[in-house]
Design a protein around this ligand. Structure first.
Ligand code: BGC
Length: 774
């Protein structure tokens, strides 16, 4: 079968024809979100896809259902209830009848078809010319947006033009509330459930042009409300409200060649945002406000928000349009997926599908957050606030794991509590604690936001550090070095290992950051410092112990190869022989082999030790980085989408330019070209963000791990130039790299100091430029 590809366009992703088999994946490509509401790219008029062909999906970030988890063999500390992002009532559906014939892509003839994601406008537009079975031709244009200006709003505009007839056009606007999550049926590995309907109707009614719904989840007992209002010149001809579904119909008379317009405003909210009794009145009020504004106003506001976003986040590449499209697609999706109310995080799949049950992982902090820290620090702060907001849950979790002090963040979660059910690949990934600490520190380093350090960051850094000081010990058999046993590093093909290199390194730096934060806080605001010390009952001995850990952290080292093995046992494992694995099973090891078989092989699923070395490259010589890169290059299978981008960045740093470009190219178009063959279940947010990192941290060599901003720019030989912006301590700077030179330009009035190829540079005035030869 022909491959699904999109034409290469700078600011668009276009589906040029409708092919049923490509639908599931296209639903993710055209998924829209604003970090609060997420909706899949399904058709407004509906289409009867089977469970393997499509998934209607509408979500509210943070809104989940729980089920009691039944374990075959239960142990203390296993999470007892699941959390799944719940698929919510669909209000997009609007059927269209032209002179009594239903507009239906299955029937008649599709004369013209195109659907585009307009990445600079933040909308999806579908144009169809359709000929009915009886020969009537209509032009239909569907526009959709999920508002970045108002988190509760989704807006739809449909225009119908009769081409060769005149007559009535009937629009029927639906609510479909008998919804079920269903990814599990097609992807049992990553999804737990829940099975069946989980939203119980509390109220469903129509009120003039409004349809209003309120429902409550069966187990998590959370209520949500949603509704729609139409804007039309037509008159209502029908209103049918059932137990879980309903619709209202409107008829308009359309003359030949003249378009008629039908608009629909949709709103969602939940009791996570306001008292339960207010949610339905809130929806009603929101919709009446939206009705007055109308679709075009929301589209204009959307454009403003998109302009704001792109003015800082865009990366312009001259010389490779395919990669240009890939990077923008990736940036668009991560931007729209991030929770921005301080109460919600960002799912590994954003809000684009049910994959991974909508859970938040380390993907946010290690992959996505660095992008926002440099391009939209306010958004980055909101994601950090979510972690601060759930610090008490992390404190409780630490106790469950036997740590009397500190906080242990969950590996998978929505509400802040641990939701991973397979602890060797879940809770054992303690590194999430250090990853979150890393993100807080990065935010502080890049923004210089001292108030945030005082208000929130220091507390998180200290509480996460405390767990590291408790989980390990100074082991006599390892020269009294500090060892951390029985954890899983980022690499999910080696579980419950001793002294995972990445974990030990990140733990040490977590503790170092905590000490730095306390010192800095003391010098900035002694009062606040004393209060924190009192609140946390922090003792001097604790800090002395931390210092000992920092100076004596153990790292596995292989004398012969002069490299850092991923963990103590890594070099003992069986050499991986892929030829023994049938080709069709090679990418699906967990589906075809027992985990123990996988854990015993000397190979990795994804970047692990080298990620640590990249983040803290200031502690390693270039020779060390090269030796380790060369080694991990031979044992890493890149079965996780989080891997290639990291290899690409390190390859760039050590001068392996060809490999860097190869890895970067794979990451940049991974989702657009569906390289992992699972895009239908949702985006790979981490890799998408990894593409931005590939350019900025990779080719441009931007680093902050020495306490200052340093840049080592290179131009990939395939490109003519590339440019991007960074925010640093309140300054906005544009960096353009061309053949033989780099140009730095200050975009606002906050002076900036940094080093480019070791040369100190200061830009003082808005518009000031500095050109350096490279
Ligand atoms: C990766 C993890 C990642 C998760 C969610 C897994 O396949 O191994 O590192 O956090 O996917 O993206």
């Amino acid at each position: 079968m022909e491959k699904n590809t999109y034409p290469v366009e700078e600011w668009k992703v276009t589906e040029e024809k409708f092919v049923k088999d490509w639908n599931y994946r296209n639903e993710t490509t055209f998924a829209l979100s604003n970090g609060y509401i997420g909706t899949r790219g399904t058709f407004d008029e509906g289409y009867p896809f089977t469970v393997d062909e499509g998934l209607e999906g509408n979500f509210i970030n943070g809104f989940y259902e729980s089920e009691h988890i039944r374990y075959g063999e239960w142990n203390f500390g296993f999470p007892e209830t699941s959390q799944s992002l719940l698929n919510l009532p669909n209000l997009k559906k609007t059927t269209i009848e032209v002179n009594g014939e239903m507009f239906d892509l299955k029937a008649g003839e599709i004369v013209e078809y195109s659907r585009s994601l307009l990445m600079n406008e933040g909308i999806v537009v579908r144009n169809v010319v359709w000929k009915s079975p009886k020969g009537k031709e209509v032009k239909a244009t569907f526009k959709r947006l999920v508002s970045l200006a108002d988190k509760n709003i989704m807006a739809i505009q449909i225009k119908i033009t009769p081409i060769n007839f005149e007559g009535t056009v009937k629009f029927s606007s639906y609510v479909e509330a008998g919804v079920e999550n269903h990814t599990r049926k097609t992807n049992p590995l990553v999804d737990y459930g829940p099975f069946g309907k989980h939203l119980v109707v509390e109220e469903l009614k129509s009120d003039e042009d409004y349809i209003l719904y309120q429902g409550e989840t069966k187990n998590s007992k959370l209520s949500m409300a949603c509704g729609s209002v139409v804007v039309t010149d037509g008159h209502m001809t029908e209103c049918v409200i059932g137990e879980e579904d309903g619709h209202t119909s409107y008829e308009v008379y359309a003359e030949e060649g003249k378009e008629v317009t039908f608009e629909k405003m949709i709103a969602y909210t939940s009791e996570l945002d306001m008292p339960k009794e207010e949610i339905l009145p809130f929806i009603r009020a929101k919709l009446s406000e939206a009705k007055v504004l109308g679709y075009d106003k929301y589209e204009a506001l959307q454009k403003e928000k998109m302009d704001e976003f792109w003015s800082k986040a865009d990366i312009k590449i001259e010389g490779d349009e395919e990669l240009q499209q890939g990077i923008r697609f990736n940036l668009f999706h991560i931007m729209q997926s991030a929770g921005r109310d301080g109460r919600t995080g960002m799912g590994a799949k954003g809000l684009s599908g049910e994959g991974y049950e909508g859970h938040y992982f380390w993907d946010t902090e290690m992959y996505v957050l660095p992008v926002f820290v440099y391009t939209d620090s306010e958004l980055a702060k909101q994601l950090l606030n979510y972690r601060y907001d759930t610090l008490d849950d992390a404190r409780d979790r630490a106790k469950v794991l036997g740590h009397m002090k500190g906080a242990l963040y969950p590996w998978r979660t929505i509400n802040g509590k641990e939701a991973s059910t397979y602890f060797p690949l879940g809770t054992a990934q303690y590194h999430i604690n250090a990853d979150i600490a890393y993100a807080f520190k990065l935010y502080l380093d890049i923004t210089g936001d001292d108030q945030y350090l005082i208000d929130r960051a220091a507390e998180v850094l200290v509480e996460t550090a405390r767990v590291w000081a408790d989980v390990g010990c100074f082991a006599e058999c390892k020269d009294n070095k500090y060892c951390i046993c029985s954890v899983t590093g980022p690499d999910e093909y080696n579980a419950i290992v001793d002294n995972n290199f990445y974990t030990n390194l990140m733990a040490r730096e977590n503790i170092r950051s905590a000490m730095w934060a306390l010192d800095r806080m003391k010098s900035l605001d002694e009062d606040a410092y004393n209060k924190l010390v009192e609140k946390l009952e922090l003792e001097d001995e604790e800090l002395e112990y931390w210092e000992r850990i920092i100076n004596n952290m153990y790292f596995p080292f292989d004398e012969k190869l002069q490299i850092y093995p991923q963990d103590d046992g890594f070099m003992m494992r069986k050499p991986w022989d892929e030829s023994k694995i049938p080709e069709e099973k090679r990418h699906l090891l967990y589906e075809n082999y027992h985990p123990l078989f996988v854990y015993r092989q000397k190979m990795s699923k994804q970047a692990d030790a080298i990620l640590g070395m990249l983040l803290h490259s200031n502690f390693f010589t270039e020779e060390e980085l090269k030796r380790n890169y060369d080694f991990y290059q031979t044992v890493t299978l890149h079965h996780s989408s989080l891997s290639t981008c990291i290899f690409g960045i390190l390859a760039s740093q050590i001068g392996y330019d060809e490999e860097a470009y190869k890895y970067f190219s794979q990451s940049a178009r991974m989702d657009l070209d569906d390289m992992h063959d699972n895009f239908y279940a949702g985006i790979h947010a981490a890799n998408m963000a990894g593409t931005w990192q590939g350019i900025v941290f990779g080719f441009a060599g931007v680093r902050s791990n020495t306490g200052e901003l340093t840049i080592h720019p290179k131009l990939p030989e395939q490109w003519k130039s590339y440019e991007f912006c960074v925010e640093y301590h309140g300054s906005d700077m544009r960096i353009k790299i061309e053949q033989g030179k780099v140009t730095y330009k200050l975009l606002n009035q906050v002076p900036i100091t940094f080093k480019s190829n070791h040369e100190p540079i200061t830009l003082n005035k808005e518009g000031e430029e500095y050109v350096q030869e490279i």
